[in-house]
Ligand binder design. Structure first.
Ligand code: TRH
Length: 385
């Protein structure tokens, strides 16, 4: 009789926003669908998943979606239940340093052989990541139980990026199919963008200069079609619209829409000519969309996000025409500082055709790297085993 596939437990704690769950969910789904693993995704809060996947039941303690068993875990009691009930998995992944619950770790130490234990870190373009990727860290009290650090990234010496096997083919089909795009716009907005309009999606943190950007777009020649999903962007866009004297918006049409489910959000990114994104997952999805984008990085108290932003810009603009690199860098920095975006917008907008070609090239280069789920499965199956 064929051996059952190995069991993986992915722990994810919702810090804030959507990204931690978003990445953990995509990864769990890839491990099941593309690598035949039996995966439990252990979430402390299912409300975020239910926003990303409306068919997920936020109140359920256990459910199965796309072959992934989703279990609510609460650091106090359910973790021990997990241990008594089903025992520990063969591979345990704690995402974004969420710390595996103590009772579960104790059970890991008691099991022989120990489960393979991986800490999936946040994405960064910084150089130091390559030197830390894959390093072991023995448990201070329960050695030889050992955790291994696994870093996503943009280079061959990192763990790569989440990329479903069919993602780029679906993107190409959608971007080549005007009918599919029109159907998408009609369903989302009830209308179609004006011919020749610059189509822009807005997603960012509160404090982003949304209104200043919209003002700058008014002065651009030609129609602009701006779609802002519910959240900070949607609220700011609606407020800006309300403040406009009739007819003074020029050729800028702003549509505040409902929050899209995760798969349809990909289609929004593919359908637009320029995407404002944030955090980690939409930042990666915008790169797969092969369209120009601007990244609102998750701001941290210590200002370390500026180093991360600069590190990615250095990689992303390498090989770009210097003037285009400068105008893109200036726009991103103004966007993240929340100032002077009106000054930065015209030069950036004027170079969009060249930036589009660069975005296509960047996505194609990134796609030569094995995806994160493949590298993680390989690491667990062939490096740690
Ligand atoms: O929501 P975020 O700000 O999440 C952040 C980041 O993950 C960051 O790295 C982390 O430190 C912080 O949380 C705690 O941004 P992110 O990562 O882009 O996640 C948003 C998800 O929401 C992404 O999967 C895209 C999805 N989304 C939709 O599904 N529908 C929508 O309408 C929109 C606007 C986004």
């Amino acid at each position: 009789m064929a051996a059952l596939p190995e069991r993986w437990d992915l722990f994810c704690r919702v810090v804030d926003n959507y990204g931690d769950v978003a990445v953990a969910w995509r990864l769990a789904r890839c491990l099941v669908r593309e690598h035949g693993k039996r995966v439990r995704l252990l979430l402390d809060d299912l409300t975020i998943l239910a926003r990303l996947r409306p068919d997920a039941r936020a109140a359920a303690d256990r459910q199965v979606l796309d072959g992934v068993e989703i279990v609510r875990w609460d650091a106090s009691h359910a973790a021990s239940g997990l241990v008594q009930g089903d025992g520990v998995a063969d591979v345990v992944v704690e995402t974004f340093g969420c710390d595996t619950p103590e009772p579960y770790v104790a059970a890991m130490a008691a099991r022989s052989p120990h489960p393979r234990w991986i800490n999936l870190e946040y994405l960064s373009a910084e150089d130091w990541v390559e030197g830390s990727h894959g390093l072991p860290s023995p448990h201070p009290r329960l050695a030889p139980l050992t955790r291994h650090f696994f870093f996503p990234g943009f280079t061959a010496r990192t763990g790569g990026l989440v990329r479903e096997r069919d993602l780029l083919a679906r993107r190409d089909a959608f971007q080549a199919d005007r009918g599919a795009q029109d159907a998408f716009w009609r369903t989302l907005t009830g209308s179609l963008p004006p011919d020749g309009a610059l189509k822009v999606s807005l997603f960012g943190y509160a404090g982003a200069p949304f209104e200043a950007l919209l003002e700058a777009m008014v002065r651009r020649a030609g129609p602009v079609w701006v779609v802002a999903p519910a959240g900070a962007a949607g609220a700011a866009s609606t407020a800006w619209l309300r403040g406009q004297p009739r007819g003074s918006r020029g050729a800028v049409e702003v549509l505040a829409v409902d929050f899209l489910d995760q798969d349809r959000y990909d289609e929004l990114l593919w359908a637009c000519d320029l995407n404002f994104v944030r955090g980690e997952d939409s930042f990666v999805r915008a790169q797969w969309a092969a369209r120009p984008f601007a990244w609102h990085i998750y701001p941290t108290e210590d200002g370390a996000h500026w180093v991360k932003l600069a590190a990615f810009l250095a990689r992303y603009t390498a090989g770009m025409d210097r003037d285009q690199a400068a105008s893109l860098t200036t726009l991103w920095e103004c966007w993240n500082r929340g100032e002077s975006v009106a000054r930065a917008w015209p030069a950036f907008a004027a170079g969009l055709a060249a930036v589009t070609a660069h975005a296509e090239d960047w996505a194609a280069r990134l796609a030569t790297q094995p995806d994160l789920a493949t590298q993680l499965a390989d690491f667990a199956d062939n490096v740690l085993k």
